[in-house]
Design a protein around this ligand. Structure first.
Ligand code: AGP
Length: 632
């Protein structure tokens, strides 16, 4: 959840670390802090609240030396252990003032470790699990300092710091990315990871460590992704990696194919608005090169044979939040195209109910970040049961795709706003492609049938661009409704997950009571919520699809309207049947039934962002949330 960055090089570290934190703030913004090694001493500063609070303090009364040191670490926090206060902000410093540590994750055996450290007379100055790592590291360094030549793997001058980190990591249980600096090892930052991401940026004249590449993309596009249970030590001109036992190890080298400008706001007030506007391009990029000359769909990494896919007799989709809603849509497509039963499950529930899985089960894990812990744990559970796992992910080389048998990457580019927008649309596209691939491999769809769906998908960027140009009335309506207390969403078939997604966007951004329902369920209870004037957003399927589906939801709209609801109807251009019952009509381009969520979701994203703006909320960083949920 938290964002971490480290730098060792020839330039002042503070500015570099703060720039990195600015780009990582989407990962958490409960507090921020930095530690710089300068003149053989540590200089730290940290503050509760957003990064701006820390920057203000640094600007008003910078600690001596903090601007000079060329080795530093920084942290932006999403609180787990201990409330979001100054004292719980990272870095945490050892009792002897020598070591500063930052951490992303949860150390599960921290209570035992804390008791052990306290027994040595150390008084803790925070409520965090992280602080015990700082004290343990300092103790290991003290004992290693007395024993020369403890380790050769990382170079004589800096080896003790890496060895101390390895010793500590071997004692930790849980999930962690850790970075540490030692006042007596100037010029080096040590990092370690287990079940939590860490990448190295290889610069010239300096190297970087960070939760993700956006922290250092303005300095270098050459990166190394660290493997599980590895320790890395960076200096200005070297990167050395070992496993926790001290054996030399390697990470995965990669080149970052987007640049810093892709992570900037580009003239929009919020990243979310930019990301909504980027959807036509994101969809187009995700489709790029997917169809071979022979009409076959291509995934990115496939460690499964066609026979493995033919043997599949059941599909489970696991995901969280918005990605889960993409999964719900996918169920309709997979079952329709392949006739394989498909279940969609919240990743956080999946393994706890002991699902029936075997070699012929395909588990599809959908995750923008590729680091969501609930989804990762569901995936691991599936693998333990010998199921095949296919990942749909936006982050190249993240843990979820790495641990999967096959991968299809969405090419959405960086999504910075906490609320998913282009991630959802590109996940849908990727899911459709997976469904088509399965259908093709199993011989239940002909190449020309697949090509005609792909053709429809390829028309989507143009439809989306046209749709985005018509959003002004949606924004007007959002401002008009910004004061209401409840908004309900209804839909049928693939419109039902769209209703859930619309409600989720409004909840997370506008902090408003919003609920999505399957329209047919209304009469079984939720219709009692409707009062005079309650806005109900109705997602209507194409009349050109299944006529009965369309007729049924038109009846549902009439039912809510008869009870006083103010109806906001999202319907296909030219759908005249809804006109008498729509207090507000939002027309979307004509789209085949199964693909309709690609267009019907967009007005709901625009609506939620505008309501949140009108209510004075921070659209990109809603309260209590973080972009990447790396704890269970
Ligand atoms: C919704 O707007 C959120 N960003 C959230 O629900 C998100 O989709 C969920 O946390 C899953 O994230 P992932 O795709 O990175 O796994």
């Amino acid at each position: 959840m938290c964002g971490i960055v480290g730098y060792a090089g020839g330039r002042p570290a503070l500015g570099i670390v703060l720039d990195g934190l600015r780009r990582l703030e989407y990962r958490g913004y409960d507090s921020a802090g930095v530690a710089v090694v300068a003149g053989g001493a540590l200089s730290t500063e940290k503050r509760a609240g957003k990064l701006a609070n820390l920057e203000k303090v640094l600007a008003e009364s910078a600690r001596p030396g903090i601007g000079d040191g060329t080795t530093g670490i920084g942290h932006t926090r999403w609180a787990t252990h201990g409330g979001p206060t100054d004292r719980n902000a990272h870095p945490h410093v050892s009792a002897d003032g020598r070591v500063a540590v930052i951490h992303n994750g949860i150390i599960e055996n921290f209570a035992k470790l804390r008791a052990e450290v306290e027994a040595t007379g150390v008084v803790f100055s925070s409520d965090t699990d992280t602080e015990c790592v700082a004290h343990l590291l300092a103790a290991e360094l003290a004992s290693l300092d007395g024993a020369a030549g403890a380790d050769g793997a990382d170079g004589a001058a800096t080896g003790n710091l890496a060895e101390a980190m390895r010793r500590v990591c071997r004692r930790l249980a849980g999930a962690f990315t850790l970075l540490a600096v030692d006042a007596r090892t100037p010029g080096a930052v040590v990092g370690a990871r287990r079940n939590s991401p860490l990448v190295v940026g290889r610069g010239s004249g300096g190297n970087f460590l960070a939760s993700d590449v956006s922290a250092f993309i303005e300095h270098t596009r050459e990166a190394i992704e660290l493997g599980q249970d590895q320790v890395v030590l960076i200096t200005a001109d070297a990167v050395s990696i070992t496993d926790f036992a001290g054996q030399p190890a390697t990470g995965r080298d990669f080149h970052i194919d987007w640049d810093a400008s892709a992570a900037e706001k580009g003239g929009y007030d919020y990243f979310m608005l930019k990301e909504i506007a980027e959807q036509p391009r994101a969809v187009a990029d995700t489709l790029l090169g997917r169809l071979t000359e022979t009409g076959d769909i291509m995934l990115d990494e496939v460690r499964l044979t066609d026979q493995d896919l033919r043997d599949i007799d059941k599909v489970f989709i696991v995901a969280c939040g918005t990605a889960y809603h993409a999964g719900l849509v996918t169920k309709y497509a997979i079952e329709h195209w392949t006739r394989i039963p498909c279940e969609v499950e919240l990743a956080s529930e999946f393994r706890y109910r002991d699902p029936v899985l075997d070699r012929s089960t395909l588990v599809v894990a959908i995750s923008q970040s590729g680091e969501t812990m609930d989804t990762l744990m569901a995936l691991r559970h599936a693998k333990e049961q010998k199921a095949r796992v296919l990942a749909i992910c936006n982050t190249n080389g993240a843990t979820i795709p790495r641990e999967s048998d096959a991968v299809l990457y969405t090419h959405g580019g960086p999504e910075i706003a906490v609320a998913s927008t282009k991630a959802f649309l590109t996940q849908l596209v990727a899911c459709y492609l997976v469904g088509l691939h399965l259908a093709q491999v199993r011989g239940v769809m002909y190449a020309d049938e697949v090509a005609s769906v792909v053709d429809q998908l390829q028309n989507m960027p143009a439809r989306l661009t046209r749709l985005l140009d018509t959003m002004a009335p949606v924004r007007d309506l959002a401002r008009e409704l910004a004061g209401v207390s409840t908004v309900l969403f209804i839909g049928r078939h693939v419109g039902y997950p769209v209703a859930l997604e619309g409600a989720l966007k409004l909840k997370e951004l506008a902090y408003m009571h919003a609920e999505g329902f399957a329209a047919g369920e209304l009469k079984h209870g939720p219709i009692a919520l409707i009062e005079d004037g309650t806005p109900v957003i109705c997602v209507v399927p194409s009349p050109a699809g299944r006529g009965v589906l369309h007729d049924k939801i038109v009846s549902n709209i009439q039912e809510v309207r008869a009870r006083g609801a103010r109806t906001i109807v999202i319907a296909e251009e030219g759908d005249r049947a809804v006109l008498p019952y729509a207090d507000h009509l939002i027309a979307v381009p004509k789209t085949p039934t199964l693909l309709a969520p690609l267009v019907t979701t967009v007005p709901l994203q625009v609506f939620a962002a505008e309501v949140a703006t009108a209510r004075g909320h921070d659209v990109d960083q809603p309260r209590n949330l973080a972009k990447s949920v790396t704890v269970e």
